[in-house]
Design a protein around this ligand. Structure first.
Ligand code: ATP
Ligand code: MG
Length: 371
């Protein structure tokens, strides 16, 4: 929706960054540059982007840009920017009568960023509300009005807008550093990766391939995550599972002794490899989609065995999630439909070991000859 007469700007709000002390300016500048990159990709015609007192303003813009996927944005509003002053505001309101006449009810909400402005928010709301009502006779409704006529008194200008479009909030992409992400074709790891990206992390994806179909899914999922990177490609390593197991996978899988340990062994090998790649690419840790007790391999004992092997910290943001919470996010970011596509990936053992102690595991590992 953009029925703002004279639309010429966008207000961007970014909540959380404004809390940061000294680092704040770096986060703000990164967000600003990520917004500029996004505008360029969308070929938007605009004059400039400025940073002012906890807000970013896009000025002289022709069309409403799509900023929902710029991480770090709390909300944004297509707006009309006008000169600062109560007379200017009163004069401009006239152009909004036609819009208002198409509505069932309205209210005026004012916020002052400039506390020195000679009128309080309530005074402005009353003044403008009166003008709008007198000239249109559209009734005022404070609770859930058909149109919320919003005014922001900024440092340099006044803005009029109707809506606040919600972003994903969090922190700007590429402000935290790099992590290697263990990336399957399932539902969880893309969501886990996204949640870390939302904290500013740049992921390097590592996928252990069993089938080509999985790899295809992984490529599609990567594309979905690249919606949030402001045009930057996400690095992806694809390694055959057989290679990970020194071509011993089938032999071990078909051995009655090792068969129940295959899940833990597999995760152990994955983490070990992820650690090697993390060193290579200068990453500072590993992301997984692990979720406590979701499947047999994800017990505390098993997690102990495999999340400690790489020597890197392991971040598993979904560890305490209910599956429904994860699915909700997967749908929001568009990975769900790809993740649930059929694939004949791994077939876990019928009765996998759920609580392997480090001692037992080390013995098994030695017997497999994998180390
Ligand atoms: P997901 O957990 O992503 O839905 P999944 O259910 O197939 O996939 P799990 O067995 O739950 O995988 O494994 C837990 C985690 O281990 C995954 O979230 C992912 O981080 C990692 N992992 C599993 N399989 C692979 C793989 N083939 N390549 C890379 N990482 C993997
Ligand atoms: Mg899983």
């Amino acid at each position: 929706m953009n029925d703002i007469p004279g639309f010429n700007s966008v207000i961007v709000r970014y909540g959380e960054i404004s809390l940061k002390g000294k680092n704040r300016i770096n986060f703000e500048l990164k967000l600003k540059s990520n917004i500029e990159k996004t505008l360029e990709i969308q070929r938007e015609d605009f004059s400039r982007v400025i940073l002012k007192r906890g807000r970013i303003y896009i000025k002289g813009i022709k069309d409403v840009p799509e900023l929902k996927n710029v991480l770090g944005i709390y909300s944004y509003s297509p707006a009309l920017e006008i000169k600062k002053g109560i007379e200017e505001l009163e004069k401009e309101v006239v152009n909004f009568f036609p819009v208002l006449k198409g509505k069932r009810s309205f209210r005026v909400s004012c916020q002052r960023l400039d506390k020195k402005f000679p009128y309080t928010s309530v005074e402005i709301e009353r003044k403008i509300g009166e003008i709008l009502f007198e000239n249109t006779k559209i009734p005022v409704k404070l609770n859930l009005p058909d149109l919320n006529f919003q005014i922001e008194i900024g440092e340099d200008n006044i803005y009029i807008f109707f809506e606040k479009i919600k972003g994903f909030a969090g922190l700007p992409y590429e402000t935290a550093g790099k992590l290697v992400s263990l990336f399957s074709a399932g539902i969880d790891s893309p969501v886990a990766t996204f949640l870390m990206m939302k904290r500013g992390v740049e992921p390097v994806l590592v996928h252990f391939k069993i089938t080509d179909k999985d790899r295809e899914k992984v490529l599609k999922l990567k594309k979905k995550l690249e919606v949030f990177t402001c045009g930057k490609e996400i690095e992806l390593y694809v390694i055959k599972r057989d290679e990970l197991f020194n071509e011993k996978f089938s032999t071990l899988y078909n051995n009655r002794k090792f068969y129940p340990y295959m899940c833990v062994l597999c995760k152990y090998m994955m983490h070990k490899k992820a650690g090697e790649i993390a060193k290579q690419v200068n990453a500072e840790g590993i992301i997984t989609g692990d979720n406590l007790a979701q499947v047999a391999s994800q017990t505390l004992k098993n997690l102990f065995v495999y999340t400690t092997v790489s020597g890197f910290p392991v971040y598993s943001p979904l560890i305490s999630f209910d599956k429904q919470e994860t699915i909700k996010i997967a749908k929001e970011i568009g990975t769900y439909d790809i993740s649930i596509m059929k694939s004949e990936g791994c077939i876990p053992p019928k009765h996998p070991k759920t609580g392997v102690s480090l001692e037992v595991f080390n013995k098994i590992l030695e017997e497999t000859g994998l180390e």
